[in-house]
Design a protein around this ligand. Sequence first.
Ligand SMILES: Nc1ncnc2c1ncn2[C@@H]1O[C@H](COP(=O)(O)OP(=O)(O)O)[C@@H](O)[C@H]1O
Ligand SMILES: [Mg+2]
Length: 253
Amino acid sequence: MTVDHPAIRVRGLAKSYGTVEVLRGVDFDVARGSILALLGANGSGKTTTVRILATLLKADAGTAVVNGFDVGAQAAEVRESISLTGQFAAVDGVLSGRENLVLIARLRHLDDPGAVADGLLRRFSLTDAAARRVSTYSGGMRRRLDIAMSLVGRPAVIFLDEPTAGLDPEGRIEVWRAVEELVGGGVTVLLTTQYLDEAERLADRVAILREGRIVVNGTLDELRRLLPPATVEYVEKQPTLEEVFLAVVGRRA
Ligand SMILES: Nc1ncnc2c1ncn2[C@@H]1O[C@H](COP(=O)(O)OP(=O)(O)O)[C@@H](O)[C@H]1O
Ligand SMILES: [Mg+2]
């Protein structure tokens, strides 16, 4: 496995539920150590894509390689390479934040579960709340703990499926900071979101899923260049990602 291989490579991925074709040939790469935002409306197939990449669901056609392993033929190796955190936080509310982390570290047979937990609590600004039951945490704190838990055992690839869905603005910003904290650690992140500002803030690249295919894939600058800048007399305005998105999905504001 050399560094020039992307951490995630998806080609021609197709998936139907009964007669409903959700994915009709999805192609994208995620470079090692980068964050790709998979942007799409509710029901566009974001979770379906993530579940296939996490080996929880079989594709009907196409290939997906995660951390150098084929999701169909090498599912066990893929599972060892990834962690998945979702809309539905996997944390146990009866346990404290620290106990949750220690539990996961034990399950992963790490050497010093307490030290792993304390390091992650510090990194995600949860030290003060470490001994409290998670049921007393705010939504943002729970998601931060969820992301911290996903880092136990240092997975190469992290899937964050709508990590800020249902959070209040303060909680969203807390989670954004936690995701930004992941950057630079060499981890590769596939983030799904319905929120354009979230993709704009967090992602190196943005891929837009629509009607079962990736209709746009690029850096924020590339996406902005898709729309000619609107010129109003003397003032040139850069299109926002929202304007690009609406133009691509055919609904103009
Ligand atoms: N297990 C399932 N059985 C039938 N239809 C499903 C199932 N899971 C998802 N779908 C449908 O597939 C489409 C894509 O769902 P999903 O991947 O969850 O989209 P997203 O995460 O982008 O909101 C939706 O129309 C959804 O209703
Ligand atoms: Mg979803």
